[in-house]
Design a protein around this ligand. Structure first.
Ligand SMILES: Cc1cc2nc3c(=O)[nH]c(=O)nc-3n(C[C@H](O)[C@H](O)[C@H](O)COP(=O)(O)OP(=O)(O)OC[C@H]3O[C@@H](n4cnc5c(N)ncnc54)[C@H](O)[C@@H]3O)c2cc1C
Length: 480
């Protein structure tokens, strides 16, 4: 058994960071590893992040409870937790409130931290703004001052705030413009009366529209394509094997094969969703088999259609939305913002097709900024500038190994840095939902512990962790 603790910083305490920390602690308990896991995030909650911080009962998971277990090899783990928490309330096919899922992830981590063994967990409330390789480890600079030395770090940063480049200059500084609807309190600050314009027509827009529509108000939602996410099926669907797809034949053939498979599933099972859902196990392999130019072409021409069929709305949410559309309270269609004029009590928005909308406020529902060079995050910018991270072929995230370890820029030395979740979208395409994140968290934890174990055996670990955390008391997890 190892008694010297090796320090791992997990940066980001959303679902990805929380699951990674849990897997690190579980491995440590199983293997008697001395790990000192620090979960670093300025946000107060653990396991919440953007998706699961909400306490609104109508904000539902987009994925049925039966597919949201924290552990791929224990598919009933979440539904068993729900049954203990609220007996007889939820079935595996239900889309449960997202806030409950955040509480579940917090419990998963608490249980992992309670396992007997030499490992320990601390929660640090701060933001990491820079990283440097120091000897075999890394030094992380904290926003609150000081540095934090670790033998390894996992970057579970999630997604980044929406792109603002399309926003007319007059609108950007206005109190009548919401730059990111997921900022706590952002929607509460909207005017209670008057029509609203939501820009973007995806799942974020649906959540926002349902939260703000009411009789006497019209909510306009526009996007370049005007496409809406499809709804989940009302009942469980059969699982079928994925089709045989050879990405070496090129995007056109891949597209044709996938469409034929989905059509065949619709004919056989009466629902196209059966075909789309069956693609999950082969998505990453097919994506990686396309050339960078084909992947870029897919993102430009196919991604929106893929997204609306792949990332669907819960049935009850889709029904409530459809009712509001029929009642004339929500109106969705194609449209691009040309410019905007802000007056004392309204915003006049001109669309490129010549239409004009007079609204009380505009909400940016375009979703997270996807281009890694444009996210404007200090840590991302620093990692790229230092060469510790390198953009992937399509510029959506970082280049990594299959286990999620960062590949440095050409000529730079690799650092003990790993990532998962949205920052791996460029290499996996689908990398932001729990079924993908839980598998990545397990793989990252296995890779980190293997590398640290090898370093420990070779005698190259930091013997004395130094820096900010050594100088200030540890925040015990139980005290958060
Ligand atoms: C509204 C919404 C609903 C969703 N619903 C579902 C669903 O039902 N099912 C599903 O499978 N997926 C869903 N998703 C997808 C969702 O992205 C994942 O399930 C998951 O929440 C992603 O977690 P994450 O930890 O990668 O990112 P996030 O939740 O974004 O968490 C990242 C965390 O990292 C912290 N952080 C970032 N940078 C730093 C830094 N430099 N230093 C310290 N901390 C930092 C942030 O403060 C944040 O807490 C939903 C997403 C959204 C937005």
């Amino acid at each position: 058994m190892t008694t010297n603790l090796q320090r791992v910083a997990v940066v980001g305490a959303g679902a990805a960071g929380t699951l990674t920390a849990a897997h690190l602690l579980l491995r440590a308990a199983e293997q008697g590893l001395g790990l000192d896991v620090h979960l670093v995030d300025p946000c107060p909650g653990t396991g919440r992040g953007t998706a699961y911080a909400t306490s609104a009962g109508h904000h539902l998971l987009n994925v049925p409870a039966g597919r949201m277990s924290a552990f791929a090899d224990a598919p009933d783990h979440f539904t068993a937790w729900l049954e203990r928490r609220a007996p007889g309330t939820f079935a595996p096919g239900d889309h449960v409130p997202r806030g409950l899922y955040g509480a579940y992830l917090d419990d998963v981590l608490t249980a992992a931290a309670a396992r007997p063994g030499p490992a320990r967990l601390s929660r640090v409330r701060d933001r990491v703004v820079a990283a440097r390789r120091v000897g075999p480890g890394v030094s992380l600079r904290l926003d609150g001052g000081g540095t934090f030395r670790a033998d390894a770090a996992v970057l579970a940063l999630g997604t980044f705030p929406p792109d603002q480049s399309w926003v007319p200059a007059a609108l950007r500084p206005s109190a009548r413009y919401v730059a990111d609807p997921w900022t706590p309190g952002a929607l509460a600050a909207l005017p209670e009366e008057g029509d609203l314009l939501l820009v973007g027509t995806g799942l974020t827009m649906i959540d926002v529209a349902l939260a703000v529509h009411h009789p006497g108000r019209r909510v306009h939602a526009v996007s370049r394509h005007g496409l809406l996410p499809r709804a989940h099926a009302a009942s469980a669907l059969p699982a079928v094997p994925p089709p045989a797809v050879d990405p070496a034949q090129g995007l056109t053939t891949v597209r044709r094969t996938l469409l034929a498979h989905v059509s065949a599933c619709r004919r056989t099972h009466g629902d196209w969703r059966v075909g789309v859902d069956s693609l999950r196990p082969v998505t990453a392999t097919v994506w990686q088999g396309l050339t960078p130019a084909e992947r870029a072409r897919f993102l430009a021409t196919d991604q929106r259609l893929w997204d609306v069929h792949r990332h669907r709305a819960p049935v009850t949410t889709a029904r409530a939305f459809a009712e509001a559309v029929i009642a004339g309270r929500i109106e969705v269609g194609p449209g691009e913002i040309a410019d905007a004029e802000v007056t004392a009590d309204a915003v006049r928005v001109r669309l490129r097709d010549g239409r004009t909308l007079d609204v009380a406020a505009v909400v940016n529902c375009t979703g997270p900024q996807a281009e890694i060079r444009r996210v404007g995050d200090p840590l991302v910018a620093d990692l790229l500038a230092a060469g510790l991270a390198d953009p992937d072929d399509v510029g959506l995230g970082f280049r990594t190994t299959a286990q999620g370890r960062l590949r440095p820029a050409a000529g730079a030395d690799p650092a003990p840095l790993w990532t998962l979740g949205a920052l791996r979208r460029g290499s996996l395409l689908e990398s932001t939902a729990i079924p993908e994140i839980r598998a990545q968290a397990q793989a990252v934890a296995a890779s980190v512990t293997a590398v640290l174990d090898a370093a420990h055996r070779a005698g190259t670990r930091h013997d004395t962790p130094r820096g900010a955390t050594a100088e200030r008391p540890h925040l015990a997890y139980a005290e958060r």
